[in-house]
Design a protein around this ligand. Structure first.
Ligand code: GLY
Ligand code: MN
Ligand code: MN
Length: 435
């Protein structure tokens, strides 16, 4: 039984929106992710390339998609290539996607096998002047490994040097950044599963247990709720580890009196949630922890109001950093006078909050969407203020996923416990703390 079902209409609509952006005599070529080699005869678990999924719904490797609106051969306007049935592979690895299933999932009528790709491509290149190819253009992302998309681009340019080659990424970015109702329901489901996992850990955490034991509870809840797994490496960070922004070792023991910072999100049907919560290991916040937590929570609540059409991530960051600066003065971390004298390039708050507080989510945890782009209804972004005071073993981040609408912002994590009283109450019923 598949873990989820998405109507082929969704993928058809996505393709229509995309092909509507192509000039005449242009085609676009997409390919599935490849399996990433690990060591020996092992591969890392397969995860489909997000754009390929968005356009086809196909969650298998060795697949290609060609979109060529206005192609003189009507049957080739939209072609999906899948891996041909291989009885040996089926014996070892199990079910292989067949033509009928590919049609039902994607809504594409013309299905061919991947070993026909070269031949069909050669014919289509004859009719096209321009070819759109898709590379990972995520700003700031750097990898020394040339992925299958880069290799395909180089091969094509080598074989067909007289065509013009154009970037599909900006077009897809423009489409993926606003979520359809269907995508919002998948993201909501991912948030719901993430919330269930948080409820589960609230009943599990106790002094002296290990971060990895807590992670195992999250993994369990994700699996029984048919999530694919985590949308990114989960953070389960106790004590000082809570001040390490990308801590993922999750192997330390938790101590009485410390805080425990979580940052995890379930991936459901390839859509990921992104949540952060911070709880006291022993079930009760100290006064200082409470003051810091309330400061971050106040800012979260104020910040969510900024998730309205027209505002940008840059503006939200600036506003939240200002709010946190004020809270930090209240917490005695520095004085208002010191802020007046600070160098504008290195403001004092940066010692305690070193990250931005908003990014898009969707098929990827840091989904497409630019910081200077005005928000629009349908965008889903995180809101994640935090404070990290190493000297006090206090790291707090609170992160919810917010849908921008034409009216009020909608908090997709609004029902996941976040108030101190709620958290302490649930933890007070924690079987382990009461032993
Ligand atoms: N979990 C990654 C982030 O919060 O950006
Ligand atoms: Mn985030
Ligand atoms: Mn996060």
């Amino acid at each position: 039984m598949p873990k989820y079902s998405i109507s082929p209409e969704f993928f058809k609509e996505n393709r229509n929106k995309f092909t509507g952006l192509l000039p005449p005599k242009s085609m676009a070529i997409f390919r599935a992710a490849e399996r990433m080699p690990r060591n020996g005869d092992q591969f890392f678990p397969f995860r489909q390339q997000s754009d390929f999924f968005y356009l086809s719904g196909i969650d298998y490797e060795n697949a290609f998609l060609i979109l060529f609106p206005g192609c003189p051969v009507k049957a080739l306007e939209e072609v999906l290539f899948i891996e041909a049935y291989n009885p040996v592979k089926a014996t070892w690895d199990g079910h292989m996607l067949n033509n009928q299933e590919a049609i039902e999932i994607s809504g594409i009528k013309s299905i061919k096998f991947s070993d026909q790709f070269e031949t069909v491509l050669r014919e289509l290149m004859h009719y096209a002047d321009a070819v759109y190819l898709n590379l990972n253009e995520y700003p700031k992302f750097q990898s020394d490994v040339a992925d299958a998309h880069q290799r395909l681009a180089l091969e094509l340019k080598n074989k067909f040097p007289l065509h013009s080659y154009l970037r599909a990424a900006p077009l897809l970015e423009g489409l993926r950044v606003c979520k359809s109702d269907h995508e919002i329901s998948l993201l909501s489901k991912a948030c719901e599963i993430t919330g269930k996992a948080f409820q589960r850990v609230l009943s599990f955490v106790k002094p002296d247990c290990y971060e990895y034991e807590v992670q195992a509870e999250i993994d369990h809840e994700f699996t029984i709720n048919r999530a694919n797994g985590h949308g990114y490496a989960p953070i389960v960070a106790g004590g000082l580890n809570s001040c390490v922004l990308h801590y993922t070792d999750n192997d330390s023991q938790l101590h009485d009196g410390d805080l425990l910072l979580f940052d995890f999100g379930a991936e459901y049907a390839n859509y990921t949630a992104d949540m952060s919560r911070t709880i006291p290991v022993n079930g009760k916040f100290s006064q200082r922890q409470r003051d810091c937590y309330e400061a971050v929570l106040r800012v979260l609540k104020q910040a969510i109001k900024l998730y309205v059409p027209g505002n940008t991530i840059d503006q939200i960051n600036m506003a939240v950093w200002k709010m946190m600066e004020k809270e930090m003065i209240g917490l005695g971390l520095f004085t208002a006078e010191a802020v007046e004298k600070q160098h504008p390039e290195s403001p004092l708050y940066q010692k305690y909050l070193m990250h931005g507080v908003a990014h898009h989510i969707g098929l990827d945890v840091h989904d497409v969407g630019l910081k200077h782009q005005p928000l629009k209804a349908g965008m889903v972004l995180t809101c994640e203020p935090g404070i990290y005071i190493k000297d006090e073993r206090i790291g707090i981040r609170l992160e919810n996923d917010i849908l921008v609408t034409d009216a009020e912002p909608l908090d997709l994590m609004g029902s996941i416990p976040i108030e101190i009283d709620e958290i302490e109450k649930i933890m007070s019923n924690n079987l382990y703390l009461n032993l």
